[in-house]
Design a protein. Structure first.
Length: 724
C-alpha cells in the first residue's frame, strides 16, 4: 500500500469519527478560544477542525447557535463566529531555545507559574532575551503547556550581533555566532564596509519587516580573519557587548585624582599602619582588594583585621568615573585578559593595597578567641600599610615548610579559619568545590597546555575571612533596624525541590544517596556527596549539576538569607575594585555609620537588578572564552581515544565531558549507525529499538574527536569503539 493510501485511510479514520453535540461544542470552543480576535465562517470551522463525517458537519451550525445563545461565542452580520472569552496578556522575556519555538518567562513570575510556549511563526520577529507583550490563549487542554503569541516587542535586548560574513555575487549574509539567534542577517553589498568573505564582523539590524524571513543589517565593524586569537576574543567581547577600552574623559578623570592622603583624613580613620598586615592573591594579580592584619591581644585573643580598598573615597557619586563603574558593574575575566570595572590608575594604583604604601581602607576588625569565635567586632574606615605581598603558592609553601616570612602568623590564621569553616558547615553551609580550568597560552594566544586549578588551604583561609567580613556587615545593618533600612544584600533562595529530585535520581546512578526532605539534611547530604566524589571521574559533572539544581544568587534590597552559605544575612563588601555592588554597600554602610536615615529603596532596587544582569553577562562571556580555547585546544590535541563521562542526553545527541581535559563535546544521534535510538527523557537515556542497548547520563565511555568548529564553539565526537 502506498504512503498516500495509508495517509488517506488514517485521515479518514480520524476525520470520520462521529462526535456528539457536547464533544463538538468543546472542540469548536477550544478552536475559537485559541484563535482569539479572529472570525471564521461555518465552512472554515469545518475545514480547520478536519470534520469529514456528514452528520457531524450538519451538527456544526446548531452547536454554534447554542454557543451564541450561551454567550460563549459571538456572531457578526456576515455569519462569522469568534470567541467571547478574553485571553490573558502578559509581559516577559524571550528564551529562544531552538528554531522551532521559544518560551516567554513572565515578569514577576509567581511560584509554580508556567512559562509560555510560543511557536516560531507566532514570534513577530522577537529574538532571544527581548522583552515582549504576549497574548496567552485562554484555553489550555489537560497536560498541555500554556501557549500564546507575541503581540509586541516592548524592548529589543540587542541590535548588534557578531558573526561570519558570507558574500555571494549579488548579496551577502552574516551567520551569527550567537546560538540563540536562529536567523542569518541579510546585508546589501553597499553595507559591507569593506568586509571580505568569511571574515568576522559586527552587524547591526537596521530593518525587519514582518513579512521578511530574515532581518536586514549593515556591518558596523570588521574584526578580522576568523580563527585568529585576537579576532575571536574581540568577537566574544562584541557578542556580549563588553567595552574594548575606556573613553578618554574617564581616563583623564582618573589621572587627575590627587593621590596624597591628607593628615585630616588620617586623623578621621583608625590607624593600622603599625600592625602586621599582608595581602594574599593570585601570582598574576595586580589589583589587591583585600589585606589581612594580625596581632595578639593582652588577653591572649587574636585581633584579625579584614581591610578592603576604600574605592568610594576616590570614586565620588555623579562623576563620570562613577557612571562608568555602574555601567560595567563588574570586571570580566576572559581566558587571556581582564576587562576591569575601574581604570588602571585606580584598580592597579590608587586603590590597590600594594606593599610598603599607606592605603585607605574600609575594615572589619574581629577579636577572636582560640576557637575562632567572635568576642568583639568593629567596622569603619581605616588606614593600613601592607608589609608583604604574597602569592597564594608562596604563602602555602611557608605554611607547609614552616619557614619564611610570617609563617607562624599564617599558620595560626589558617588553623583558626579551619575551625570557623568547620562550624559553618555544621550550621548547614554547602561545600561546593568547582573545578576551574586555566590555559597556558603562547604569545599568539595558542593554547599550549591546560591547567586544572587546585584549591589549597590558603585559598580557603582567605575565602573564610572574606565570608566573615561580608556576613558581619550584612548582620550589622540588618540588626540596626530589624532589616527595615535600605541595604544591598547577596541572597540565595532555597532550591527547587523538583530540580533537586532530578539531581538526586541522577546521583543515584553513581551509587550516591541524597536526602531532599529538609534544608539541613540537604546541606549535609550534599557535603557528604562532595567528599565522596573528590578525585573520581564523575566529580566535575556532579559538581556542575548540583550547582545547576540550586537557585541563582543575586543582589537584592530584600533582607533574605543565603541558602548555600547558611547565613541569615549576607552581602558583598570585600571586592569593590571589581564589583559595583560592593561600592554600593560601602556607601550605604558609611551613610549609616554617620547616622544617616534610610534612603528610598527603589533606586537601589534598580541598581541591584542591573548588577545581577551584568554579573550574568560577565559569567556568560567568561564561559564562552573558555569554551573557545577548549575547542581550539582539542583541535590541536593528539588524535587518540579519550576517556569521558556522558554529561547530557538529548533527543538529538549525547554530550560527553572528556575527563583529561574537562572539555565537553557531542556525539550526534544521526551518526550512530548500529541502531535507531529513542530518547527516554524521564530517565535521561537513549534506548536502542532493536538491540535495547541503553546509553545513560553518567556512563563512562571512550571517545574520539571527529571535528572542531571554533565559530560555533563545538566539538564533535564519536564513540572510540563498537563496545560503547
Amino acid at each position: 500500500m502506498s504512503k498516500r493510501s495509508r495517509k488517506q485511510i488514517k485521515g479518514k479514520q480520524t476525520g470520520s469519527k462521529r462526535m456528539n453535540s457536547a464533544q463538538l461544542a468543546e472542540r469548536i470552543l477550544n478552536f475559537l478560544e485559541n484563535h482569539y480576535g479572529e472570525e471564521f465562517s461555518i465552512k472554515q470551522i469545518i475545514k480547520k477542525l478536519l470534520i469529514r463525517d456528514s452528520l457531524t458537519k450538519g451538527g456544526v451550525e446548531p452547536v454554534l447557535n447554542k454557543l451564541v445563545e450561551a454567550g460563549s461565542v459571538s456572531r457578526n452580520p456576515r455569519n462569522h463566529f469568534s470567541s467571547t472569552k478574553s485571553p490573558d496578556f502578559i509581559e516577559g522575556t524571550v528564551d529562544f531555545v531552538n528554531p522551532r519555538f521559544a518560551f516567554i518567562i513572565p515578569d514577576n513570575k509567581a511560584e509554580g507559574e508556567e512559562d509560555i510556549l510560543i511557536k516560531a511563526n507566532e514570534m513577530k520577529n522577537a529574538l532571544d532575551d527581548d522583552k515582549v507583550r504576549v497574548m496567552v490563549y485562554p484555553n489550555k487542554r489537560h497536560g498541555q503547556k500554556r501557549e500564546g503569541r507575541v503581540l509586541e516587542i516592548v524592548k529589543r535586548a540587542r541590535e548588534e550581533f557578531v558573526g561570519k560574513v558570507e558574500i555571494s555575487p549579488r548579496f551577502a549574509f552574516v551567520v551569527p555566532d550567537f546560538k540563540k539567534m536562529h536567523h542569518d542577517i541579510f546585508i546589501r553589498k553597499s553595507d559591507l564596509m569593506g568586509a571580505e568573505h568569511n571574515q568576522k564582523v559586527v552587524v547591526k539590524i537596521t530593518e525587519w519587516r514582518e513579512e521578511d524571513k530574515n532581518p536586514t543589517g549593515k556591518i558596523t565593524q570588521v574584526l578580522g580573519e576568523a580563527g585568529e586569537h585576537e579576532v575571536e576574543i574581540h568577537s566574544i567581547m562584541a557578542e556580549f557587548g563588553l567595552p574594548f577600552e575606556y573613553p578618554e574623559d574617564i581616563v583623564q578623570e582618573a589621572e587627575e585624582i590627587n593621590e596624597e592622603i591628607s593628615q585630616s583624613e588620617i586623623k578621621a580613620r583608625k590607624d593600622f599602619r603599625d600592625i602586621t598586615t599582608f595581602t594574599i592573591d593570585p601570582v598574576d594579580a595586580k589589583d589587591f582588594d583585600d589585606a589581612i592584619s594580625y596581632q595578639r591581644l593582652p588577653n591572649g585573643n587574636i585581633e584579625l583585621g579584614v581591610h578592603i580598598a576604600d574605592v568610594t573615597y576616590y570614586v565620588k557619586p555623579k562623576t563620570n568615573l562613577e557612571k562608568e563603574a555602574y555601567d560595567r558593574a563588574t570586571s570580566v575575566y576572559l581566558v587571556d585578559r581582564t576587562i576591569p570595572m575601574l581604570p588602571e590608575r585606580l584598580s592597579n594604583g590608587l586603590c590597590s593595597l600594594r606593599p610598603n604604601e599607606d592605603k585607605l581602607t574600609f575594615s572589619c576588625v574581629f577579636e577572636l578567641d582560640e576557637n575562632g569565635e567572635i568576642q568583639k567586632q568593629w567596622i569603619g574606615r581605616t588606614i593600613i600599610h601592607s608589609d608583604r605581598r604574597f602569592a597564594y603558592e608562596e604563602a602555602q609553601e611557608n605554611i607547609d615548610k614552616q619557614e619564611g616570612d610570617f609563617f607562624s602568623e599564617l599558620t595560626l590564621l589558617n588553623n583558626l579559619a579551619k575551625k570557623i569553616r568547620k562550624r559553618r558547615f555544621q550550621h548547614g553551609a554547602i561545600n561546593f568545590e568547582t573545578t576551574e580550568v586555566k590555559f597556558k597560552l603562547d604569545e599568539k594566544g595558542t593554547p599550549l597546555g591546560l591547567i586544572v586549578k587546585e584549591r589549597k588551604d590558603i585559598h580557603k583561609m582567605i575565602e573564610e575571612y572574606m565570608l566573615l567580613a561580608n556576613k558581619a556587615v550584612a548582620e550589622f545593618i540588618y540588626n540596626k533596624n530589624k532589616g527595615k533600612d535600605t541595604f544591598v544584600y547577596r541572597t540565595h533562595d532555597h532550591p527547587d525541590l523538583e530540580r533537586l529530585e532530578t539531581f538526586a535520581n541522577f546521583a543515584k546512578k553513581f551509587g550516591h544517596q541524597i536526602s531532599i526532605n529538609e534544608d539541613t539534611r540537604i546541606s549535609s547530604t550534599l557535603n557528604k556527596l562532595m567528599n565522596e566524589i573528590e578525585g573520581k571521574p564523575e566529580q566535575n559533572l556532579l559538581e556542575q549539576l548540583a550547582i545547576r539544581s540550586m537557585a541563582k544568587a543575586k543582589y537584592s534590597t530584600e533582607p533574605k538569607g543565603h541558602f548555600g552559605l547558611a547565613f541569615s544575612h549576607y552581602t558583598h563588601f570585600t571586592s569593590p575594585i571589581r564589583r559595583y555592588p560592593d561600592m554600593m554597600v560601602h556607601r550605604l554602610l558609611q551613610h549609616y555609620l554617620d547616622g544617616g536615615k534610610s534612603p528610598d529603596k527603589e533606586p537601589w532596587d534598580d541598581k541591584c537588578v542591573h548588577s545581577s544582569e551584568r554579573e550574568k553577562r560577565a559569567s556568560d562571556a567568561e564561559r564562552a572564552s573558555i569554551k573557545y580555547k577548549q575547542v581550539e585546544y582539542m583541535s590541536l590535541a593528539e588524535d587518540k581515544a579519550y576517556e569521558g563521562i556522558i554529561s547530557g542526553v538529548t533527543e538529538w545527541g549525547i554530550f560527553v565531558e572528556i575527563t583529561e581535559t574537562k572539555c565537553e563535546g557531542m556525539i550526534r544521534l544521526q551518526d550512530l549507525r548500529d541502531d535507531y535510538y529513542e530518547f527516554d527523557e524521564k530517565n535521561m537515556r537513549l534506548i536502542g529499538s532493536k538491540n535495547k542497548k541503553m546509553i545513560t547520563l553518567g556512563d563512562q565511555v571512550s571517545v574520539r574527536v571527529v571535528n572542531t568548529d571554533i565559530d560555533r564553539r563545538t566539538i564533535d565526537l564519536e564513540f572510540a569503539n563498537d563496545n560503547d
